[in-house]
Design a protein. Sequence first.
Length: 107
Amino acid sequence: MNVLFVCSRNKWRSLTAETIYKNNPSHTVKSAGTSSVARIVVSEKLLKWADIVFVMEKKHRMHLEQNFNEVTKAKEIITLEIEDNYKYMDSELIEVIKDSVDFYLKD
């Protein structure tokens, strides 16, 4: 399964999620951001690649739907409701991500 995590700048939340799940042999994981200054900017190609997309906030989902409408119609997009209050690999962020995502990525 191809998994994409999306936040704003792809520095803290989505990158943390990618780091958590990237070594799971059942998944191929990438992350991206919606901002033009993101470390990796989300693209149509990335969205087409993904089987499931996790966004951190509703505004990220709205961005994807507005900018990649045709691609997102056929995608499962899960909004995690994780605000931008954490740094990369913050222990509380890791716990919140796992609590929110593990259910969807069961083998």
